[in-house]
Design a protein around this ligand. Structure first.
Ligand code: ZN
Ligand code: ZN
Ligand code: ZN
Length: 368
């Protein structure tokens, strides 16, 4: 699996004229090796020359955590008195073009630029992004398991198992986070809980507002679930519940949102452009008169990162391929009053769009 990914990286390097890829902290390294670099002042870096074996350069004290993979990389542990930048520079050879991980700390890039003065540096994301966007079977299974775990928490919310009335948004957010962990996530990435008018802000920070009957409560949450291969994969779901019967204007808007979200999911077939999926949702919302209230793109790719390629947005002509995994999450936000969003993760497959989130898509009415 990792060896196959390395082959794909080398092929892309050849196409793009990249001589060496250098990966440190960030998602590319666990995707390629199963190992996640410690975010330390001590350098960890995978050196992938196009025509020579790859080497993982790690601080000696981290080496016991690395499982060496002869088919993927050799291990080069460096001691406290060695210069890791010089080691990387030597392993890199004399590259004309290097592509360095997008999240590598600037201090290491600055030192590498000094050590390799004739090398042009670009972003490794340009090599790995399109490859990572297309998930293999193991990755889709990992996303499915994370999605099912998030669905179980959403079902608890919709089933009234998570008390809302009288608690603050922050308390409910912490509760959802605990449940994500209990359902198998190692890390909670976010748990937005936005009640009433706060829901009109798509990335509302849950605060001390007390939730009351009459509120819509928008919950958008997700975390990372580790796999046996080492890398973790993300979940991301949004459901809204209403405390007491919703007012008719809100219920009508929700019906439009639901229709738009389902239309965009149905549109997400192989060969369809990302912007056409965005338009499938946006056209329905605009036709109903809420176009100005849908203030963000329809979705984002998801994998090791919560947000990655491909982005479901106007202007992105990328055609969906089997294995593309992304969110479909239109919203309608009425400032000062309420906000609504509905989000599933979907995988494009040859047999049609495969939604990983299956929990009830309705505006569930609760009384407590
Ligand atoms: Zn978001
Ligand atoms: Zn979300
Ligand atoms: Zn999302």
């Amino acid at each position: 699996m990792h060896a196959a990914r390395l082959d794909r990286v080398r092929a892309a390097m050849g196409e793009q004229g990249v001589d060496v890829v250098l990966l440190s902290v960030g998602p590319d390294l666990p995707w390629l090796t199963g190992y996640e670099a410690m975010p330390l002042e001590r350098l960890t870096m995978l050196v992938v020359p196009r025509d020579a074996p790859a080497t993982l350069v790690v601080p000696r004290l981290e080496a016991p955590r690395v499982v060496e993979r002869a088919d993927v990389f050799a291990l080069r542990a460096w001691g406290e008195t060695e210069d890791p930048v010089a080691i990387v520079a030597e392993l890199a050879g004399r590259p004309g073009r290097a592509a360095i991980g997008d999240r590598t700390w600037a201090r290491f890039l600055v030192d590498l630029q000094a050590a390799l003065p004739s090398t042009t540096f670009g972003k490794a994301g340009e090599v790995t992004g399109p490859l990572r966007a297309v998930k293999d079977a193991a990755e889709i299974e990992a996303l499915r398991r994370a999605g099912q775990a998030a669905d179980r928490v959403a079902a608890q919310l919709q089933g009234g198992e998570i008390p809302l009335v009288g608690r603050s948004e922050a308390e409910v957010s912490a509760d959802i986070g605990r449940r994500l962990r209990a359902e198998g996530h190692q890390r909670v990435n976010f748990a937005i809980v936005a009640a009433g008018a706060n829901a009109a802000s798509p990335h509302h920070e849950p605060g001390d507002r007390t939730i009351a009957v009459g509120d819509v409560v928008l919950c958008d949450f997700g975390g990372t679930m580790r796999t046996e291969s080492g890398a973790g994969y993300c979940s991301d779901i949004t459901r809204c519940v209403h405390l007491g019967e919703p007012p008719s204007d809100l219920a009508e808007a929700y019906a439009v949102l639901l229709e738009a979200q389902q239309a965009a999911v149905a549109a997400a077939t192989v060969g369809t452009s990302c912007e056409a999926v965005d338009a499938a949702a946006r056209d329905i919302i605009s036709a109903a008169g809420y176009g100005d209230q849908f203030i963000h793109r329809t979705g984002h790719g998801i994998g090791i990162e919560e947000h990655e390629d491909p982005y479901v947005v106007s202007g992105n002509r990328t055609a969906l391929a089997p294995g593309h995994a992304f969110s479909v999450e239109p919203g309608i936000y009425v400032e000062g009053r309420w906000g609504l969003r509905l989000e599933d993760i979907v995988v494009a497959t040859g047999a049609g769009p495969d939604p990983l989130n299956r929990v009830d898509h309705g505006l569930v009415v609760l009384d407590r």
